[in-house]
Design a protein around this ligand. Structure first.
Ligand SMILES: *Cc1c(COP(=O)(O)O)cnc(C)c1O
Length: 240
């Protein structure tokens, strides 16, 4: 990767975006939807602004960043007039103040403590922050996200908070040996999403199911995802 020129990387980004769009369309079609029903997010962690801006020029309307500091330092250089940014990485309570008002959604809310802080800082800035609750669908021990069993309680608590709106769920499934296992997690997640959507809780607007990354976005869409987060399949392998 290091050997590619800027122009070569531009060409790869252009090609990859078109390739992924086609595959999103196909998967959407197979699940009785269309491309327009799916949010295609470009995950831009470790990617320099010049390449992020290329993706935006090629039609990307949503980017995702993992780290508050990295996003804020790049934001000035990004052409975000027609593009939204979401925070998708684990968020520490002490960073909430800096990120509220800077992104249009926080996808990684997994505790009442964190949600309370987002609510408090949103009130202070006179904004409402859209959030997704992150679910640890595989119940993995050292992974972020709320366990499926505790999700409903968290949802009820968080829906009471001012200046915060829950818009759906996000998940990263466990690393799977095969498609069968992967489908099991994605389907379970979709069922949970449908269940809480049907509850129509006050102060929530449950409409987004954020699941699927470079290696599994087609499977995720076929299981009902409407929001995929794709990094390396657009920008190439990440160099840390
Ligand atoms: C990095 C990351 C992605 C994208 O991963 P790829 O496999 O590169 O597509 C998606 N979601 C989250 C939360 C991430 O941290």
């Amino acid at each position: 990767m290091e050997c590619l020129s800027v122009d070569e990387r531009f060409r790869n980004i252009d090609y990859n975006i078109e390739f992924i769009k086609e595959h999103i369309s196909e998967a959407a079609y197979k699940s009785s939807r269309s491309y327009e029903d799916i949010n295609f997010m470009a995950v831009t962690k470790t990617v320099e602004p010049i390449f992020i801006n290329r993706a935006i020029e090629r039609g990307i309307r949503l980017i995702g960043e993992n780290k508050v500091q990295e996003f804020l330092s790049k934001k000035l250089y990004l052409k975000l007039d027609n593009c939204n940014a979401h925070l998708i990485g684990h968020l520490q309570t002490n960073k909430v103040k800096q990120i509220v008002g800077e992104v249009s959604m926080i996808e990684s809310v997994d505790s009442f403590k964190l949600a309370s802080e987002i609510s408090k800082r949103s009130m202070a800035k006179n904004v409402t922050t859209s959030c997704l609750l992150e679910v640890n669908i595989g119940g993995e021990e050292n992974k972020t996200g709320i366990s499926p069993d505790s999700l409903e309680e968290l949802l009820y608590q968080v829906s009471e908070l001012p200046n915060l709106e829950v818009c759906g769920l996000m998940t990263i499934p466990p690393v799977c040996e095969n498609n069968h296992e992967l489908y099991k997690y994605f389907s379970k997640m979709h069922q949970i999403f449908i269940d809480i959507k049907d509850k129509k809780l006050d102060n929530t607007n449950i409409s987004i199911l954020s699941m699927g990354m470079s290696g599994d976005y087609e499977q995720a869409i076929m299981c009902g995802s409407n929001h995929v987060r794709i990094g390396s399949a657009i920008f190439g392998p990440r160099l840390y």
